[in-house]
Design a protein around this ligand. Structure first.
Ligand SMILES: Cc1cc2nc3c(=O)[nH]c(=O)nc-3n(C[C@H](O)[C@H](O)[C@H](O)COP(=O)(O)OP(=O)(O)OC[C@H]3O[C@@H](n4cnc5c(N)ncnc54)[C@H](O)[C@@H]3O)c2cc1C
Length: 532
């Protein structure tokens, strides 16, 4: 077998990709391609935790109800039952692998300490202090590294999926995926990474917006690749904006976890007024979309650039003990959060829509599975309940591995000969500044016109301008030899276009999608997914 050929190709090394790879390793060789260093992922930055009903006063039924309520009528109830029902088993698996979640410091009640987050009717957030994602990512990386059947390809970017229809030069329904064309970002060579089954676990799309809590990898590549390959995608209008990202010129995408509000922190305008009780009976613990819209509204009404998150109700000792990373990061920037309020703004945080998958993580293309934030499983509906995404990722990585091994093990599956990547006739880009400019333009357009509050006019303008930008970017793509910037630019422009198309299609407001020209919820016509 050539190094670029394997039973299984996994694209992405966050929680979903690593867990799927670890589970696939006993079944055959697994290649993991990941576009930067292997730990660079949204997973690595997750602070809050993973939602599992463990408290004696809690139950899976309550967790299901909270998830359905947050999802505003669009969750698929069977999927919610399935994910919540599998949460405890998957959590125990993570613990068995060595993930050290924080224990209950009172010594009574449940063994694990449980945090509270907005929209949850009980304390149910299992966490590792305020660096849950990093703890999970570290343990999974160690485990994956120890398995001889897993090979890592860092600084390797998936460009496009390899399709049977392209190979044969004819339309196929369903099509079949045989891996992906992958660019070595250092050598700038593109090779086919072939596999009997491909798991796309490329995470979210935060970088489509100017302000985001997501790291640089979150450019929606997997979503864009799957869409170009003909897979069904949907619900992309449901972008979750986190209400509290640190506002500081030197802090790029630093999130202040919802758990901080769960512990008692309150939001205030710059003149000290606590405003959330005016917007929702649960004040700071209202669902995220309500808090994000309230912060956005207060900032616009007063012409302020941020609001304050005041942690004084938590108490100095507990702040340092419960939120060591947030305390340290803010202190680095000159803000002592035991004495000063934190300046915060809302920022794009989580994509509820994605590539449509079934209960086995299968897409509409044979041999192609998706897990984690890239997928639209039906769990989140119109709004994700906090800490349900790590849960969804572990549950679906598990089923994706099972489904991938069935695909690869099916009788007679052999990878056919695949054409090399052709880039004859392309030239080196003359200057990178044009890519930079388009990159900034897409992200600013999305922030200004397709943000927390939308209107028909702004969406239509965004559609037209993004269309023009895409024409230009497609021309670069045909003309220039590819590099990482151009691959990502092409993807964020496509994802932006798909978000706008979904937002224009939905003629109502629901969950995370709020359009002032159709502010009501229309259950008769729109209690359904937006599918493209
Ligand atoms: C700051 C922050 C805090 C969060 N807190 C929580 C929380 O407390 N609880 C919770 O449930 N959720 C939380 N979330 C959301 C959650 O972290 C993510 O939804 C989840 O980690 C996604 O996991 P994933 O494996 O799908 O993707 P990621 O962890 O994002 O991994 C994606 C991987 O794909 C790679 N990749 C992307 N494109 C390509 C390409 N073209 N080629 C090769 N590789 C590629 C990336 O490099 C990366 O390795 C948070 C998110 C952020 C940003």
């Amino acid at each position: 077998m050539r190094p670029t050929e394997s039973e299984f190709l996994v694209i992405g090394s966050g929680i979903a990709g690593l867990l799927a790879a670890i589970k696939l390793a006993p079944m055959g060789r697994v290649n993991i391609v990941t576009k930067k260093l292997r730990s660079e992922s949204n997973t690595n930055y997750a602070q809050g935790g993973i939602a599992v009903a463990l408290d004696p006063g809690d139950s899976p039924e309550l967790h299901i109800q909270d998830t359905l309520k947050a999802g505003s009528g669009l969750c698929h109830p069977d999927v919610v039952n399935f994910v919540v029902g599998n949460g405890k088993a998957r959590l125990e698996e993570l613990i068995a692998m060595g993930v050290a979640f924080t224990g209950d410091e009172t010594g009574s009640g449940p063994r694990l300490a449980l945090g509270r987050e907005g929209g949850h009717s009980a304390k149910r957030i299992v966490h590792a202090m305020d660096y849950t994602g990093r703890e999970i990512e570290t343990v999974l990386l160690e485990r994956a590294k120890s398995l001889t059947n897993i090979a890592f390809f860092e600084n390797h970017i998936g460009v496009d999926l390899i399709l049977e229809s392209k190979r044969r030069g004819e339309r196929l329904k369903p099509d079949r995926c045989w891996g992906a064309y992958v660019m070595d970002a250092v050598a700038r060579t593109i090779d086919p990474f072939t596999a009997k089954a491909t798991v796309v676990a490329t995470g979210g799309t935060g970088k489509v917006y100017l302000y985001t809590s997501n790291p640089d990898i979150a450019t929606g590549d997997g979503l864009a690749m799957a869409y170009r390959a003909g897979a069904r995608v949907g619900n992309l209008e449901f972008v979750q904006f986190h209400p509290t990202c640190l506002y500081h010129p030197l802090a790029k995408s630093f999130l202040v976890s919802e758990a901080v509000r769960g512990e008692g922190a309150v939001l205030r305008t710059l003149d000290g007024e606590r405003f959330m009780p005016r917007y929702h009976p649960e004040a700071e613990l209202a669902p995220r979309d309500v808090v994000a819209r309230a912060v956005d509204f207060e900032m616009k009404r007063r012409g302020d650039k941020f609001v304050f998150l005041d942690l004084s109700p938590i108490g100095k000792a507990r702040i340092k003990r419960r939120f060591p990373s947030i305390y340290a990061r803010c202190l680095d920037l000159g803000i002592d959060i035991t004495k000063q309020a934190i300046p915060v703004v809302p920022a794009a945080h989580y994509m509820c829509g994605g590539v449509v998958t079934d209960r086995d993580a299968r897409t509409s293309i044979d041999g192609l599975l998706c897990a984690g934030e890239v997928a639209l499983t039906g769990l989140h509906g119109a709004n994700r309940l906090a800490s349900n995404s790590l849960l969804e990722a572990v549950v679906y990585a598990h089923v994706a591995a099972a489904a991938a091994s069935r695909v690869a093990g099916a009788h007679g599956v052999r990878i056919p000969p695949i054409e090399p990547w052709h880039d004859e006739g392309t030239a080196e880009p003359a200057e990178g500044v044009v890519f930079d400019h388009d990159w900034d333009e897409v992200r600013s357009l999305m922030w200004d016109y397709v943000g927390i509050v939308r209107s028909d006019d702004r969406l239509t303008t965004a559609r037209r301008r993004i269309g023009l930008l895409r024409e230009q970017i497609d021309a670069y793509y045909r003309r220039y030899r590819l590099n990482a910037d151009l691959i990502e630019l092409r993807n964020i422009a496509l994802v932006a276009d798909l978000i706008v198309r979904c937002a224009l299609t939905r003629r109502e407001s629901r969950g995370l999608h709020y359009n002032i020209d159709c502010p009501g919820t229309d259950d008769v016509n729109w209690r359904r997914d937006t599918l493209i």
